[in-house]
Design a protein around this ligand. Structure first.
Ligand SMILES: [Ca+2]
Length: 289
C-alpha cells in the first residue's frame, strides 16, 4: 500500500513537472502579421487660385492645376473639371475641381474665374451706367477763367455758363427749351432737332465701336473712327480740326483731346477728368491780332 502511494506520488510529481514546462517550452512563431494601412487622407489640389482674364483671352482651366496624394502620388490627370464659363462674356464664374484617391477620399476645390471687359468697354460701360452726370468745366485762357456746368440726364440737358442757364428737355417728340432770363425761366417749345436728340443719344449710348485703339507717345489711345468723326464734325459745324481721342485710367475715361477752331482762333482742347464728373479744360492764351 505504501509502495503504491509513493509510486503514485512520483507519477503525479513528474506529471506536474512536465506540465509546468520543466522541459523546453515551445516558442511562438517570430514572423509578424501584416498590418493594414488605412488611407484617410484626401489628395491635395494646388494651383486653383482666383484668376482674372480679359474677354477674348485664351484660358485652359487645367493649366497649372495639380493633385498630389499621400499614398497614390500624382493624381493630376484624374482631376474632373466642372462648372460652366464663357470667356467671351464678362462675369464671375465658379470652376470646380474634383479628385479622389484609390481609397475613395475626395477633394473638391472651387475656383473663381473673373472675365473682365476690355478696358475700353469697361470705361464706356461705366460712362453709360452713370445715366446722368455733371461736368464742371473750368475754362482758362490767360488770366480769364469761367466755369461751365453741364448736366445731362436721360431726358434733359442743362448748361449753366456765364450766369445764363439753358435747359433742354426731351419729352417724346416734343422738346422744350428753358432759359433763365433775369431770374425767371422762359420756356419755349421747340422741334426736337435731329441735332439735339442725336447729341443726347450719342452721349447716352456711347459705344466702344466708335473707337479704334492706337498707341500714341507710348500711351494707349482711343481714336474716334472716321465715320463718327465725320458725323461729329457735321454736328459741330466743322469746328473740330483734329480727331477726337481719349485715354483711359482706372476703367474710366480719363482725358479727351481735340483741336477746335472758332472764329479763326485755334484751341487745343485737353479735358482731364480728375473725377468721373469733374472736368478741367485749359485753353491756350488767346492773342487777337
Ligand atoms: Ca490618400
Amino acid at each position: 500500500m505504501r509502495k503504491t502511494f509513493i509510486t503514485g506520488l512520483i507519477l503525479l510529481v513528474s506529471l506536474f513537472i512536465h506540465a509546468c514546462g520543466g522541459n523546453e517550452i515551445p516558442t511562438e512563431p517570430t514572423e509578424t502579421i501584416p498590418t493594414v494601412v488605412v488611407d484617410t487622407t484626401a489628395p491635395i489640389i494646388s494651383g486653383a487660385n482666383e484668376i482674372t482674364i480679359t474677354v477674348g483671352d485664351s484660358f485652359d482651366p487645367t493649366s497649372g492645376i495639380t493633385a498630389i496624394d499621400n499614398v497614390d502620388g500624382n493624381l493630376s490627370s484624374q482631376i474632373v473639371v466642372t462648372g460652366a464659363f464663357d470667356i467671351q462674356v464678362a462675369g464671375t464664374y465658379i470652376i470646380t475641381y474634383t479628385v479622389s484617391d484609390l481609397a475613395g477620399n475626395q477633394t473638391v476645390v472651387n475656383r473663381t474665374l473673373i472675365v473682365k471687359l476690355q478696358a475700353i468697354d469697361q470705361a464706356i460701360l461705366n460712362w453709360n451706367q452713370a445715366l446722368g452726370y455733371t461736368m464742371h468745366i473750368q475754362f482758362n485762357s490767360g488770366t480769364e477763367s469761367y466755369l461751365m456746368i453741364v448736366e445731362i440726364d436721360e431726358a434733359y440737358m442743362r448748361i449753366d455758363v456765364l450766369d445764363e442757364v439753358i435747359y433742354y428737355e426731351v419729352d417724346g417728340d416734343t422738346c422744350y427749351l428753358y432759359e433763365m432770363k433775369q431770374l425767371s425761366w422762359q420756356k419755349t417749345t421747340v422741334n426736337c432737332s435731329e441735332k439735339g436728340t442725336t447729341e443726347l443719344q450719342f452721349l447716352a449710348n456711347f459705344s466702344s465701336d466708335y473707337f479704334v485703339e492706337q498707341i500714341i507717345d507710348e500711351v494707349k489711345t482711343y481714336v474716334l473712327r472716321m465715320e463718327y468723326y465725320s458725323s461729329l464734325q457735321l454736328f459741330l459745324g466743322s469746328s473740330i480740326t483734329s480727331n477726337f481721342r481719349m485715354t483711359l485710367s482706372n476703367e474710366q475715361i480719363n482725358q479727351i483731346f481735340f483741336t477746335m477752331t472758332r472764329n479763326s482762333i485755334v484751341f487745343d482742347m485737353s479735358i482731364t477728368l480728375s473725377k468721373f464728373n469733374e472736368t478741367t479744360v485749359s485753353l491756350p492764351e488767346v492773342i487777337t491780332s
